[in-house]
Write a protein that binds this ligand. Sequence first.
Ligand SMILES: [Zn+2]
Length: 142
Amino acid sequence: MFILSIKGIVMESTLTDQEIAELRQELRERAQTLKSQVQKELLANGTEQYIELAGRVHDSGDESVADLLTEVNLAILDRHVREMWDIDAAVKRMTDGVYGNCIDCNNPVPYGRLQAYPTAKRCIACQTRYERRYAQPKRPGL
Ligand SMILES: [Zn+2]
């Protein structure tokens, strides 16, 4: 890891074919895992869980519990689906030969960061800036 982070700092220009192949393999496995999880969740939502919930709601008249559970399930599904899109996008960037470059500043994203987050689109500096801009409410004076 130490060597990798040094490599990131000096910004060696490109990933080796071997590194790309490893990351691609990791993305493929992650996509497979996500796919089966989503299928499981859809199955659970579609059948037993739904029936059980519907019955319980009918008995108790408490619709908010069912709403809440549905929202939670949808949130998990949503997150998984988004991650699958990110993986697709990363694989496409590999195919296009632009994988591993920050989409904002075009500098190489350190291999160590890509190992931790193979779908990373930005270098840490740009990601931090991006999150600060979009993830937090605007504060007066900024
Ligand atoms: Zn950047």
